[in-house]
Design a binder for this molecule. Sequence first.
Ligand SMILES: NC(=O)c1ccc[n+]([C@@H]2O[C@H](COP(=O)([O-])OP(=O)(O)OC[C@H]3O[C@@H](n4cnc5c(N)ncnc54)[C@H](OP(=O)(O)O)[C@@H]3O)[C@@H](O)[C@H]2O)c1
Length: 392
Amino acid sequence: MSDRDSTTRNLSIIGSTGSIGRQALEVVAADPERFRVVALAADRNVALIAEQSRQFRPELVAVRDQTAADELRRRLAPERIPVYGGTEGLLAAATATRADLVVVAVVGSAGLPLTLAAIAAGKDVALANKETLVAGGELVTRAARERGIRLIPVDSEHSALLQCLAGSRAAEVRRLVLTASGGPFRGYSRDRLATVTPEMALNHPTWAMGPKISVDSATLVNKGLEVIEAHWLFGVEFERIDVVVHPQSLVHSLVEFVDGTHLAQVGPPDMRRPIQYALTYPRRQPAPWPGLDLAKAAAMTFEAVDTKAFPSLRLAYEAGKMGGTATAVLSAADEVAVGLFLERRIGFLDIERVVEEVLLRHIPQPAPTLAGIMAADEWARAEAKKAAAGRR
Ligand SMILES: NC(=O)c1ccc[n+]([C@@H]2O[C@H](COP(=O)([O-])OP(=O)(O)OC[C@H]3O[C@@H](n4cnc5c(N)ncnc54)[C@H](OP(=O)(O)O)[C@@H]3O)[C@@H](O)[C@H]2O)c1
C-alpha cells in the first residue's frame, strides 16, 4: 500500500522568478500529481514569468510593475491566462480563490502585506520572506492564530527547528540553536572587512541565493533576522535562542531539550528540501534529490560567532528585545543599506553603521498595526538614506 498523501495542493507562488520561487517550481515539477500552480507573481521579470506561465498554466499571473504587466499581457495573450498588474495584482495572487497554500517568496518588505492578505483570505502560508516576521511578527502570528492558519517556514533553519520540535511540548525545550555558515568572510578582521566588494559579498560559500540575502549572510544580519523570525514562529524568548557557526551548512539547526539532549536536522545545503517539506507539511514525502552521504560528508564543526567582527547579530537581538516597531526599522534600514552597498555607494562596514544609527534614533511603538509598521518602515528608509549620505 502506498504511503503517499494523495491530496493535491493548489499553490500560489509569489516571487516565482526569484531563487526560492524557481526552486519551489522545481519541487512542483518533480511531483506534478501532488501540486497544481493556480497563481504566479513577481516584480518585473516578464521573460521568466511568461515561460513559467506557459509551463505551469496558472489561473492568474501578476507582476507589480505596470509596464511589465502590459508586456506580459501581450506575451500571454495566446495562452489566455489573465495578467494583473500593480500591488492589486500581487494581492489577487496572494488571495487567489483556488489557492490553499500561498508561498511568499518575495524579497524585502513587500512580503508583509501579502502574507497578511493571504491569512485574511484563509490561506495557509509557506513563508520564505523573513522580513515579514521581522517587521510584523506579532501582527502576523496573531492573525494566523485567530484564523487557524498554518504559517510554515521555508527558511532551512526554521524548517530544521520545526522538524526537531515535532512531537515535543514547550516545557521540554531549553534552547533553540540556529546554525550559521559564517558567510564568505568568516575569520576576517575588521580591516579586511572594510575592503569587501559587492562581488565578494555575493559569493556565498555554501548557498546560492538572491543578492539581498547573500549580503545579509555576509554581514550576519541574516542570522539576526532569523533569530527574530524564530522568536515569533516558535514563541521562544530571545534569551533562549542561540547562534553557532557551522561552516559546512549540513546541520541546519538544533533544539536543546531540558535533559541536555540536542536534536539536529541534517542534510545537504539544498533549499529544495525545506521547500518541499513546507509544501507537503505536515507530511514528509519522497524527494528525487540526493541526500547526504554521511561517510563522504566533510567533518561537521561548530564554533562561536565572532561578534566583534560581526556586531550586526547583537544589533538584531537588541532590536528584538526592544520589540514593537524596532525590528521593522532594523529590517527597512538594512534593506536600504544593502541596496546602497550593492550600488557601491557605501562600504561593507557602513551597512551595520547605518542600521545602528537608525535604530539608535528610533523610539519603538509597541504592538503596531500594519499602518504603524509601514510608517516605521518608511521613516527608517528615509533615515537610512540620510545616515548613508553622511558616510559618502
Ligand atoms: N534564496 C534562499 O536560499 C533563501 C533562503 C531562505 C530564505 N530566503 C528568503 O526568501 C525571500 C526571497 O529570497 P530570494 O533569494 O529568492 O530573492 P530573489 O532571488 O531576489 O527573488 C525575489 C523575488 O521577489 C520578487 N520581488 C522583488 N520585489 C518585489 C516586489 N516589490 N513585489 C513583488 N515581487 C517582488 C522578484 O521578482 P523579479 O524577479 O521580477 O524581480 C523575485 O521573484 C527573502 O526574504 C529571503 O530572505 C531565501
